[in-house]
Ligand binder design. Sequence first.
Ligand code: G6P
Length: 610
Amino acid sequence: MCGIVGYIGNKEASPILLEGLKRLEYRGYDSAGISTISTNKLLIHKRSGKISDLERDLVYREIPGTLGIGHTRWATHGEPNAENAHPHDDCTGKIALIHNGIIENFDILKKELQSKGHQFKSVTDTETLVHLIEEFYNKNGVLEQAVREALLLVKGTYGIAVVCGDEPDMLITARNGSPIVLGIGANEYLIASDVAAIAGHTCNVTYLDDNEMAIIRRNNLVIKTIDDRPVEKKVEQISFDLDKIEKGGYSHFMLKEIMEQPQTIYDSMRGRLLEEEGTAKLGGIQHELESLLYARRVLFSACGTSWHAALIGEYMIEESVRIPVEVEYASEFRYRDPIIDRDTVVVVISQSGETADTLAAVREAKRKRGKVLGICNVVGSTIARETDAGIYLHAGPEIGVASTKAFTSQVTVLALMTLLLARMSSMSASRGREIVQELKSLPSKVKKILDGHEYIEQIAEQYANKHNFLYLGRGYNFPVALEGALKLKEISYIHAEGYPAAEMKHGPIALIDENMPVVFIATKDSTYEKIISNIEEVRARKGKLFAIATEGDDFISTKVDHTIYIPPTIGLLTPILTIIPLQLLAYYMAVKRGCDVDQPRNLAKSVTVE
Ligand code: G6P
C-alpha cells in the first residue's frame, strides 16, 4: 500500500528519500516519485515501476535540496503511470503533495476547482487536494493555513506531506486515518507512513493521531489539531534492528521470514510462560482478564491471514475456556451495526496494526462502548494505540507481503491467552503444565519441518504448472486449509480454495479429476478416520493427493501421492506446525513459476484504504 517519506535537515534529501522508499517497497506499490525544494524551486521526478528505476533516472536528472518528500503509490484512482504517481503539484508548480488514503468527495471538489480554472494532470483523487491547497494559498499566502483550510473541506482518509517552493524551510504533514510517524534527529526531522522508512536515522519518534498536523521547520516541530488547537506529544524511543529488515542472505523476505519462525515463535512466548503453575503471563491484558472471563461472548475481528488466526482462536477458546466466540471479517463487522453490549469483549488481530477495516472495527466497537483488545505485531501502530489493552506478537518486522511468521506468532499468542484464561477457570494444573511443555517444544519442532524444505521444493517443481488446488482440513486444521490456500493464490497466482474436509462433497468434489491436486491436512486426532474417508473419495476420482500427516503415520502414505510429516503435538497447537509445509509449498511453487514473491501483483502488505 502507498508509502510516505519526508526529510528536512542539512543533508541532501533525495538519497534519504530513496533509501526510505526502498524500505517501504515491501508494502506493495506500482509507481514512485520524489520532490525536493532547491533554491525556492520545486523539483519533481516520478514514474511507474520500481524504486530502482527511479534511482537510475536520478543519476541523469539531479534533484538537489535538503527538504523533500517521496512516495510509493499503490493505484486506487487511475492506472499506475507517471501522471498519476505522487508527488502531485498545483497549477503554479510551487506546491507538491503526497498522500496515502482516499479523498471520498474529490469529484465534487474537483469540479468546483476546474470551474475556477484549475488544470488537472492526473485522474487521481489526490491531485484535488493540492489544487485545493493552492486555492487557499493564493488567497492567504500562508501555507499552514492553506493546508488546514483544505483539509477541513476533505472527506475521507489521508496521511499527507506538503512542501512549497515559497517555503524552503517548511514541511507540513497531517493525518486522518492513515499513519504518520515523525522521527526527531539531530538538526533534522523525518516523516514516514511506517517507522521502517526512518530506521537508521533516529530512535526518537512521535506519532500523529487522527486530525493532527505537524508544521516542521528546520529547527522546530509544532503539532496542532487540524482545527488549530495545540497538542502535546510524547516522544518515544524505538529500537529498530536494521538487520531485521534486510534479507539476511535469503533470496526473498518471505523465505527469510518462514525460516525465522523457530525464533519468532520463541520470541512470542519469551517471558510469558509460567512452567510450575502451568499457565501464562500476559502483562498487556492483565487488567482485562476479569472482563474476558466474565464475557458473555468474545468477538474476534480481523482481515486476511489474521482472520484465519482468529478462527483458530475461536476453536481454542471455545474448547478450553468455554466462552462463546464469534469471528467476523472486520470489513463486515464495521458496516453491520454489530451487537456489542457490556458483556461482549472484542478482540482485533492485525499484524500491521494499520489495516483500515480492522481499525474501523475498533472504532465502531468503542463507539458502542465495547471493551476492545488488540493482538498486533507493530509496536506503536494505530490499532495498538487505540485499543483498551492488548498483546504484542514480538515477531519482529514482517516485510513479505504474504504473512507467515506473524500468523504463527498470532496463533502462539492466542494459545497463551487460552491457557491463561483456562487456568483461571476450569483447567487443571497438570493439563496446564502439559500445554506449557508443548509450547516450549514448538520452536524445535518447527525447525525440524523447515529442515525438510528440499522435499517440498521437489514437489513444487512437479506441480508448478497446475491451475487449481484444493486444501482440506477438519477442526483446528480447517483454518489451516484456508490459510494454505490463501498463501498459494497470493504469491503463485494459482487458484486455490480451502474447505472443511467434510464440505468437499457439497460442491468442490465436482472439480476433482486427475488434474486436481488436493492437499489434506490429516494429523492424528479425533477426526483422523473421517479424513481418511475423504481421502478415499478423492482417490476414487483420481485426484493427486498430498497429506500433511503426523510422524509415524505410515498408513497414510499408502493412500496419497506425497506425504509431508510433522512432529506430533496437542490439538490446539497443531496449526503452528501444519501451516509450515504449506507456507513452503506456496513459496517454492511461486518461485518455480517465476513470480515475484516479495512483490505479488495487486497485493499490499498493509491495506490502509477500504
Ligand atoms: C493484507 C496482507 C495480508 C494480511 C491482511 C491483514 O491483505 O496482504 O497478508 O493478512 O492485509 O493485515 P493485518 O496487518 O491487519 O494483519
